[in-house]
Structures are given as C-alpha cells and as structure tokens.
Design a protein around this ligand. Sequence first.
Ligand code: GLA
Ligand code: GLA
Length: 677
Amino acid sequence: MSLQLPVLLHGGDYNPEQWPEAVWLDDMRRMREAGCNAMTVGVFAWSALESSESVYTFGWLDRVMDLLHANGLKAVLATPSAAHPPWLSQQHPEVLRTAPDRVRHEHRVRVNYCLTSPVYRRACAAMATQLATRYGRHPALLLWHVSNEYHDDCHCVLCQQAFRDWLHAKYGTLDALNAAWDTRVWSHVYTDWRQVVSPQPWPAGEWSLLSLGLDWRRFVNDQSVACFLNEARVLRQITPSIPLTTNMHQATDGLMDWVRFAPHVDVVSWDNYPDYHADAGDPARALSVAFQHDFYRGLKRQPFLMMESNPGSGQGKRQKRPGILRLQSLQAIAHGSDSVQYFQWRNCRGGVEKFHGAVLNHDDRADTRVFQEVAALGRELATLGAVRGADVPADVALVYDREVHWALEYSTTARWDERDYVDTCLAHYAPLWRRGLNIDVVASTADFTPYRLVVAPLLYLLRPGVAEALTAFVRAGGVFATTYWSGGVDENDRAFAGGFPGPLRELLGVRSEELDGLDAGESNRVLPAGSDPHGLGTGVATRFCDVLHAEGAEVLASFGDAYYAGRPALTSHRMGAGEAFYLGGLFDGGLLDCVYALLLRRAGVPSTLPETPPAGVSVRSRNGADGRHLFLLNFAAEARTVAGVDAGARLICGSAEAGPAGWHLPAHGAAVLWSAK
Ligand code: GLA
Ligand code: GLA
C-alpha cells in the first residue's frame, strides 16, 4: 500500500497542543507560505488526548484536523504511545521500563514503557481505537505514524518471562538451547528455564555469553515489533486503506534491527540528523548520510519518507550554512525519499528541545534565513512531483547487517579496538558513492538476485542460508567481494569448525590460517601479481592482514612484508558464471579504489557518468516513467563542475548552470536535471 499523494511531502512535526488556538491560524497561513503540505500531529500528545483513564479530549484535535484540511494540508497522524502520561505510570507502575540493572525507572522523559506490559498494550490499543474511529474517514488523514523511534529494552519480570517463552518457542528444549549457545564453556549449562535471565553489563550480570546477548537483541526487536503491531492491528482493522509507518532512526547504533520491522510497515520512514560542518568534513558526513538513506531504502527496496530533519540547528550542532538545508533535503530525495519533513514546525517554549532548530523560532518571524530557505525549498519541491514514487535502480548491494555488527562488537581478535564495522563498510561504500552509482545497503539475508555486484565487508557472522545464497548468486553470474574476518561464527556466535572463512571457503577458494593485527603506524605492502594486468598499483594494508592460502583462487596481489611476504592479499575465484573476490587486508583508499574499478568492470556495472565526478560531489539518479532525474549535490565548500552529463539534460530545480566544461555548481550547490530516455 502506498501514499495517495501526487507530490513530495513537505512539512513536519506540529504540536498545536502546546499552543493556544489563536496561534493555529497563523501556523496555517505560514505553512502555506512555506509550501508545506503534510504535518505530523499527535506524536507526544497523550496527556492532551486522555487526561485520565478513558477520559478523552478530542475537540482540539478535531479542530486541528479540520484546519489542516481547510488549508490544503494533510495529516500524518501519530499514535502518542512513545510518551505515556504520568497518571498511567502512577496507576500501573508495571508500564514503566526496567533498566538492565533491574531497577524500574520512575516516570521520566519518553520511550519509558515496558515492552511486555499488558496494561501498556491495552492502553495503546484503546487510544489507537479512539483515533482510528474518530479520524479514519477524515479527509486530512494521509498516513498513520505509530509511536516514535522504538529504541530501548526492558528487563522487568514480565519481559524476562516473555524472553524465556520466546527462547522456548525458538529452541523447543533446554538441551537444544544449551547446544546452540555452547553453554559448556564456563559451566553455563541451564537445567531450568528460570535460570535464563537477560544480559546486563559487567560486573553484576551475564555479559560473557554472547549467544544470549544476540538472542536478547533479537527478542527485544520482536517485542518492539509486537508493540508496533498491537497498535497497527487496530488501525488496519478500522482503516484498511490508510498506510502505516513508524519513524526509524540509528540504523547503525543501539538495539534496533530495522530489518525485522520492515515487513510490518507499509512505508519506511526515518529521522535524519546529520552533523554538517563538524570535524570530519561535509563530504565525509554526506557519505555516511548517503549510506543511511540507502539502508532505509534497501529495507523494502522502495522509496521511503524522511520523517524528520532539522531545518535549522541547535542541540549541540553548528548552524547550517546557507544552502545546506536544500543540499541535505535534495540528497534525501536523490536517495529515494518522497518527503522532506522537519522536526519541528514551531519551537516549543519548554522542555530540553526548546532551542532545537525549527521552521518558526521563538521570534515567530517568517523573514528569518531558515524560514526563507524552507519556503524556497518548498517551491522547488513542488517542481519535483514526478520524482514521487520513482525507483532508484541499483546494480550494487553493500551488505551491512545488524547481527554481524553486534557479533563483531563482541568478537575478540588482534587489534579488536580497531575492527570498526561501520567505518569499514563506509570505506567500501566510498568508491561506489564517489562514482555516482546507486547502491542498496542490505542485510545479509536479502535477495541478491537483482544485483550485479554484492559486497560484504567483515561478514563475520554468517546466518543459515547466506553462504548458499551468495554461492547461487555467483554461480548465476554475479560478482561478490568480501574481506578478512568473514565467515567466523554462526548465528549463535559459535566459531565454525574448519576455521575462516567458514562456509564461504569453497566460494572464495581461500583459507585464512591467521589474522595478523598491525600496530598503529605499521603497514604491509600489497604488490600486484605479474605485470599488474588489472592496474591495481602498489598499495598498503594497515591494521589487519590475513595469512592466506589460495585453494583454487587466482592471486591478484600479495603481501610484501612480514613473515607472510609473498602470500596472497587479494584473490579472485571463478565459480559458475561469476566470480568471488577476497580482500585479505584493510587496504588503503587508493588501492581500494582500484579494486573497486576492477570489481565494477568484472560485474559489468554501467557507470552513471563517463567520468568520476569531482571530489565532494555526489551524483545520483532516480528513474521516471520516460527518463531519469539526475541529482548533482556539491558537499564541497568550493564550486565544482560536473562533466559528462548528457547534452539533452535540462535543469528542473536548483543552483547549477550549464557551461562548456559541464554543469557548474556553487559551493554547497544542489540541482536536479532531467533527461528523457
Ligand atoms: C586465565 C584463566 C583461563 C583463561 C585465560 C585466558 O588464565 O585461568 O581460564 O581465561 O585466562 O587468557
Ligand atoms: C528525534 C525525535 C523527535 C525530536 C528529535 C530532535 O528524532 O523523534 O521527537 O526529539 O529527535 O532531534
């Protein structure tokens, strides 16, 4: 089910319950002035909607919904379950979250609910029933926004029992659980289900049994999905034609594995808060934001919504320079967003976020830089209606997998302080991003058949079926690449018999006998084989080097130093119609770029432009019915010229000018071009 709106969404979180009604009319006028068309209401409005059990106050929301409709605005209507009211905590302390140290929180902040409490679930379902019944047919209603940013676990007795039930359903018997977790180590064999408790940090609790930690996180995700479905079921039953989302966040942090949520939402949405002008530099920041957009689009391989972004600054971030708002917004659209939504429309006067960026600040003026940039963007988005729903076709997939990430965080290898999974994924994403290629960031359990090239750095944990799926992908003609420290453990964190790379050994045609950890400042030369037919040049590996045996793979480069000088560093193994590459070290950026040039050639991935765009410029494309939209995004603080765009391309919106050398973009400039097929 998709959104029924022929334009890109533009708007954001709107909290009229925090303001006297006199302000609302002003809000409506200014929303129109800013080119807004969809506002998110109700996210944290539980207190305003239900002042005590079953005492509802919907009059104000009735008027807000009517006002939105009368002003041509749609409502993304949220259920308020992310911030339950104090009276509920007081009446039923079981709804409160219990921390890993088993201490129950007091009523505090938000997202402070137990994931299992039947009282909390009943209260949420009752509220969802009220909202759906009352507003299900309201003409302003566009989309349900269930709760807000699921992200925490709860360790109360109810959750402990639910965890045991979950384990029981998964393993059937304690013997099976003991075997899967290999609890013989350090005498952890369980003889009664009640002995199993959730992990907690050192020193008080069980932190050493990593299999327990992995299952706990899976359980927490399933329990969060159950909370989501508790509300979604009601909404779907009463309003079957209204799509549903929940706003995701922290793709690469914390407890959530959004892959487990994705099948349950109609539209993926996420909250994007990049820290531009911080130390890493804007192009590096843009790269990591791009990666996250590609992750969220990859969840359903469909366009998504950017549900929140900061129109201004605040919350410890530098002021966005002029033009950055448009740049970060068009970046989202380029990667598949069908919206630019903000947190928030009007700055609240109280609470910790009162100086967070907002479209309207406390000065309540529309002649501010931020408001004017928002309004200008609103006019530009109105010219991009044809982008809505348009595909972002990707030939390349990069595997980033939460379960791999969790297992790596637990893993102990040489230089374990340095085996940063996200940084390594970004290092592999960079040569693809710089070339302007569309990339899907997907879990290891994704369907690989749509791709020509699949890259999975540090594929340390291998879930059942993944090696088989990758082998089938290669046999059918795909190109696959992975690195050192892949194929180490199964889904329960048990090391594979036979050593690295475990079940990937046959596909890769290599065996790793050791992984050497290099000290800071140390490196090992990587020398191309023979006369360097692939143009790899000479590079270096730092931090990690495999001591590798080729077992059928062709050696493309070897290490130059240490006791494994002359042993393979980069290999390729043909299987069926495809090829599997193994990178036996952490290669420097230049070498990695050459390896990627080779991978893309071998995979036959067509380039977006004849030449790689200049440094700091990101190029992306989104299909249309009869042509393509080309996005040119300059994250450099200097002007850039992009060469090689086809001559028939015309400017739809943005700040680029065609010249003899190509399209000229000012510093932080962004533009959308259209080429007919
Ligand atoms: C100590 C313990 C062993 C083992 C080693 C690991 O010596 O006695 O059981 O944990 O450390 O280095
Ligand atoms: C999150 C929340 C919002 C708001 C913003 C502030 O994304 O969903 O309610 O707190 O952070 O950046």
